[in-house]
Design a protein around this ligand. Structure first.
Ligand code: ADP
Ligand code: PLP
Ligand code: ZN
Length: 297
């Protein structure tokens, strides 16, 4: 059936905890997708801990895996999903992979979370910004930046809803027909802005979702959010607002559970970043209860 697919997910792997592929693969499988993970790194834990150990895949090693698939005629994918990428050479190889997969399936959807930083801080090498702007964004079908990343990609400062909407329009002009800015903080409130340009040159259909900000810091939420947006927007291809409502609803239920569990265990949830309760939230992933509604502009 057309509402599912086979996803190549190129992201980080952590032995313990949920970021990158660890937070994207399980939810996509629950939503009915075949997911083929390529682990761009394998670390003991995410980089927010005091220390981590592990290995980084290089561009040539990524090429090897793709060549292995190609040699067996296994390059048919409906979707590619990418998240955190640490070097220009790896990002350049991903571009080659996208082009290769598009040659096999011209309808391939490329969902790109242009992970570069947060709250004014870049956590990838500065040269990556240029590569994302010039080469990656033009290939993407859906882009899911946070506020900081949307600013980096457009050169705009985003201080208002209007700025967010304009940033989406600029990004559409560069390539992707779907753009979701997953969070903009304005006066202590979180705002998601979604934008779907149904045809080139047409005015995009835009909406917002207001999210109550939970006073804690979570890792892996961006990766989970992008995976859910892929999963739901493929099932509702003409209703990005509905897809975003479903994704946000899962996130909010999961984050509430995470917070409750930490509090029950006697942790101070504001003291460090929290690991999300992904496996425990499988019911909220499969059947989210939509409490937060999208408002169309
Ligand atoms: P990233 O980790 O890529 O910066 P975001 O911060 O935009 O991603 O988070 C993705 C989604 O996770 C948001 O759209 C929101 O639904 C949810 N989220 C993350 N942090 C919080 C929070 N403190 N309170 C409520 N929702 C949150
Ligand atoms: N990948 C790795 C290896 C990480 O350490 C992190 C965060 O620490 C992430 C990805 C991204 O997490 P988030 O979804 O919160 O942006
Ligand atoms: Zn992110």
């Amino acid at each position: 059936p057309s509402d599912t697919g086979r996803v190549l997910s190129i992201q980080s792997h952590t032995v313990q905890g949920y970021v990158g592929n660890k937070s994207a693969v399980f939810p996509l499988q629950l939503l009915g997708y075949d997911v083929d993970p390529i682990n761009s790194v394998q670390f003991s834990n995410h980089t927010g801990y005091p220390t981590f150990k592990g290995q980084v895949l290089n561009g040539q090693q990524l090429c090897d895996l793709i060549e292995g698939l190609e040699a067996n005629d296994l390059l048919f994918y409906t979707h590619v999903l990418t998240g955190y990428i640490g070097s220009v050479s790896f990002l350049d190889t991903i571009l080659e992979v996208i082009n290769k997969l598009r040659a096999v399936n011209a309808k391939l959807t490329y969902v790109c979370d242009p992970v570069m930083g947060d709250e004014g801080k870049l956590y990838v090498p500065e040269e990556l910004v240029h590569v994302y702007r010039e080469k990656v964004v033009p290939l993407a079908s859906m882009l899911t930046p946070n506020q900081f990343e949307a600013e980096k990609l457009t050169g705009l400062r985003i201080n208002s809803e209007e700025d967010g909407r304009e940033a989406c329009a600029i990004l559409h002009a560069a390539g992707p027909s779907k753009v979701v800015i997953t969070s903009i903080t304005i006066g202590g409130i979180l705002l998601l802005i979604g934008s779907h340009q149904k045809e080139k040159g047409l005015k995009p259909e835009q909406f917002k979702i207001l999210i109550h900000k939970i006073p804690a810091y979570f890792t892996g939420t961006g990766d989970l959010m992008t995976a859910l947006l892929l999963g739901w927007s493929n099932k509702y291809p003409d209703n990005l607002d509905k897809a975003a409502e479903l994704a946000v609803s899962t996130l909010q239920a999961l984050l509430r559970r995470t917070l409750d569990d930490y509090k029950r265990a006697g942790y101070d949830p504001t003291s460090s970043s929290l690991e999300i309760r992904l496996i425990q939230s499988q019911e909220e992933i499969r059947n989210p209860n939509v409490e937060l509604k999208a408002e169309k502009y």
